[in-house]
Design a protein around this ligand. Structure first.
Ligand SMILES: Cc1cc2nc3c(=O)[nH]c(=O)nc-3n(C[C@H](O)[C@H](O)[C@H](O)COP(=O)(O)O)c2cc1C
Length: 228
């Protein structure tokens, strides 16, 4: 760890974290990943259940996984039956608008128009290449766990992503991996009682790649202050 990254301010870590979707092939040292995951273990969870189960893949196992899912995507294989619903089926306002705004930004940065669903689908297949990242984390949760524990896992994942920033690394959380969960399980062999929540690509950003920064709703839309 260099002095510069060791002292990254928490605000800077939060605001500089974004979903990076193009990485260089520079390897991520094992000791860095261990340092990040050891610190992330201090994430809070209700009654300290620590309901996260993380698998970290680099090298051959990750290459094998990318190959297998890449083949499935290329063959137009149907997705595995979902174990959880990624989004409510009929997103209402304001979530619907936020989602469509995100899609426009994400694919607009790649020069893909709103109506070009084929091109959007092709771009989405980069998910299963981990956007070129040389490391990936897969996070599982016990199927007995409920919404509060899923929320604990979210806190854990965010902690991991912020610590990665402190190490000069970037990441992209990816629920997209859940659609090929059987292939992920083939490579990882997790215990049968676990559900794959999401993957996370980890690596050094390819700064030459185009991207559009997502915005956020104004504070008054999501926060209410009650004052005397
Ligand atoms: C749980 C979770 C799952 C996500 N899944 C994907 C995914 O499958 N593919 C992807 O490209 N981005 C994915 N994202 C990234 C979001 O699209 C991104 O966080 C959001 O648009 C806000 O943008 P920002 O992270 O760049 O600030 C996911 C983010 C989270 C938190």
């Amino acid at each position: 760890m260099t002095d510069a990254t060791a002292t990254m301010d928490v605000y800077e870590a939060v605001t500089s974290r974004r979903a990076v979707r193009r990485f260089t092939d520079r390897e991520v040292p094992r000791e860095v990943l261990e340092r990040v995951l050891s610190a992330a273990a201090w994430s809070p969870s209700g009654s300290n259940l620590q309901p996260w189960h993380a698998y970290v893949l680099t090298g051959e196992p990750l290459a094998e996984l990318k190959k297998l899912t890449g083949e499935r995507a290329a063959d137009g294989d149907p997705w595995d039956e979902p174990e959880f619903q990624m989004y409510p089926p009929d997103l209402k306002s304001p979530y619907r608008e936020r989602r469509s705004d995100f899609g426009e930004k994400r694919y607009g940065a790649l020069g893909i128009s709103r109506e070009d669903w084929d091109a959007r689908r092709r771009a989405a297949t980069d998910n299963w290449e981990c956007f070129g990242a040389p490391a990936a984390l897969f996070c599982y949760i016990d199927r007995d766990m409920g919404p509060p524990q899923w929320s604990d896992v979210g806190m854990y994942l965010q902690t991991v992503m912020l610590l990665l920033r402190a190490e000069g690394l970037h990441s992209c959380a990816q629920m997209a991996w859940s659609v090929y969960r059987r292939t992920v399980a083939e490579v990882l062999s997790p215990p049968s009682g676990l559900i794959l929540y999401c993957g996370m690509s980890i690596g050094y950003e390819d700064v030459t790649a185009a991207y559009a920064r997502t915005g956020r709703a104004p504070l008054h839309e999501t926060v209410t202050f009650l004052e005397s």
